[in-house]
Write a protein that binds this ligand. Structure first.
Ligand code: OOG
Ligand code: NI
Length: 447
């Protein structure tokens, strides 16, 4: 018998501690949370069907604590250690995102829980990017950046020790888990002091602002923490009145009767005072706010259709105001079925199957027939991941003007996984498994 604290509980406590720290560091985050909470409450009150759907899918409970954050690290060793830190909280690397095509010299994964029970409890996700130093063209600068990174340790000795303890024991006891949360949190804290002088910062920043952000500080400060809204258009509309200036357009698919994938918008990064080595004063912008609205996860076929329509909608340029952008998107996305039954029948989206209590299947084995006779229900399965085109849009709106064109490099998942010390889990395969498991369980209950 072990008395280890459940990984779900450690993750829940960590997410809460992170949210408190960030609220303290970035007061606008608190404003955003209040806005999202108000809109969620009103949306649920006005839409009983949505309320019932979220309640039956056990998603109402997680909604209030649901957040994703993002960090950027500089070396393979940092990424590999982060993987071990997140594993203590039941978070595993899912998906591979190449952002070099969009002119951002990183590739990324998302650390998140993977199974139904853990996702219901707290789906905390951290979008984690690894800087691709090899994309710095100037050899001298590349060398300098590598040396600066080699000289830092972004983890406290306590965090390192507790990760090793958790791996050795197979878990952490209550006292260790509490210390682990406090020690791990230190890695994500903001630092007002840079580790380099202003001239070095500027040289790196001139190469790419993201490089300066990753290289010049003691740690990979959390750069945003995103709550989930049920109506992103409404939150975006109310942001200015709350003193928040959102980026021009909402990223991702248009508004739909049956929301798909992920829609996101962010507000501009804050300019914050920094003390550089040699006591020079300067500024750095890194931290911003973001909100997201999640919809149903798409199958490979659905995702291919989404990617094709998104590309089509971008031909001839994207509108710079949100309203025209959304109109343009909606026209193109008219080709995407917009009701759950069509999405399911055409194999475009994933669903959770449940047996209706008291129902039996009799001789019927056909899923559609069982749904038609009210023996089986199919609820849309929430998309738990990210979108590379949207992520690039979020990165860029926060890097300001003068964003460069794409890097001539190709996506390199093998190199990323070597740095990570593990494979990135295929997100589509995960949805497939969860859908299949829910169907088998439902059919067994009907037998
Ligand atoms: C990450 C940007 C990507 C999202 O929600 O797509 C992201 C970053 O700026 O580090 O967080
Ligand atoms: Ni984000």
């Amino acid at each position: 018998m072990s008395n280890w604290i459940a990984t779900d509980e450690i993750r829940g406590n960590f997410a809460k501690a992170m949210s408190e720290m960030y609220r303290h560091e970035v007061p606008q985050y608190g404003t955003l949370l209040a806005l999202v909470e108000a809109v969620n409450r009103e949306t649920l009150a006005a839409n009983p069907a949505l309320h019932a759907e979220l309640r039956d899918g056990d998603e109402l409970v997680r909604l209030d604590v649901e957040r994703h954050g993002a960090i950027r690290v500089g070396t393979p060793a940092e990424l590999a250690m982060l993987r071990r830190v997140f594993a203590v909280m039941g978070m595993h690397p899912v998906g591979y995102y190449d952002l070099s095509e969009a002119g951002v010299p990183v590739h990324s994964t998302a650390f998140r829980p993977v199974d139904d029970a853990a996702l219901k409890r707290n789906p905390f996700r951290v979008f984690t990017s690894l800087l691709r130093l090899e994309l710095i063209e100037d050899a001298e600068l590349r060398q300098r950046a590598a040396e600066i990174l080699a000289a830092r340790d972004i983890f406290t000795p306590g965090a390192r020790e507790l990760v090793a303890t958790a791996e050795r024991q197979g878990g952490l006891d209550a006292e260790q888990a509490e210390r682990f949360v406090a020690e791990a949190l230190e890695t994500f804290r903001w630092h007002r002091e840079a580790t380099v002088d202003l001239a070095t910062y500027r040289a790196l920043s001139d190469e790419h602002r993201l490089i300066a952000d990753v290289v010049c500080f003691r740690g990979p400060h959390i750069n945003h923490l995103t709550p989930r809204t049920l109506d992103i258009d409404e939150v975006q509309r109310r942001m200015p009145a709350a003193g928040i200036d959102p980026k021009a357009i909402i990223e991702g698919p248009p508004r739909r009767a049956c929301p798909i994938l992920l829609r996101q918008t962010s507000f501009k990064a804050l300019e914050e005072p920094i003390r550089f080595a040699g006591n020079e004063q300067g500024h750095h912008t890194a931290r911003f706010g973001e909100i997201e609205q999640r919809g149903v996860a798409l199958t490979r076929k659905g995702r291919a259709l989404y990617d094709r329509l998104l590309t089509a909608s971008r031909e001839g340029g994207t509108a710079t105001d949100n309203q025209s952008h959304q109109v343009q998107l909606s026209e193109v996305f008219a080709d995407f079925p917009d009701d759950p039954a069509a999405l399911r029948r055409e194999g475009l989206a994933f669903f959770h199957y449940r047996a209706v209590p008291g129902a039996t299947a009799g001789d019927e084995h056909d899923v559609e027939a069982l749904i038609a006779q009210d023996a089986l229900t199919a609820a849309p399965m929430t998309y738990e991941d990210f979108l590379p085109v949207s992520a690039a849009g979020i990165f860029q709106s926060n890097l300001g003007d003068g964003v460069r064109d794409e890097y001539a490099s190709h996506s390199n998942q093998a190199q990323f996984e070597e740095a990570l010390g593990a494979k990135a889990i295929d997100e589509i395969a995960l949805y497939e498994q969860r859908q299949q498991a829910s169907l088998e369980k439902a059919l067994a209950a009907l037998a």
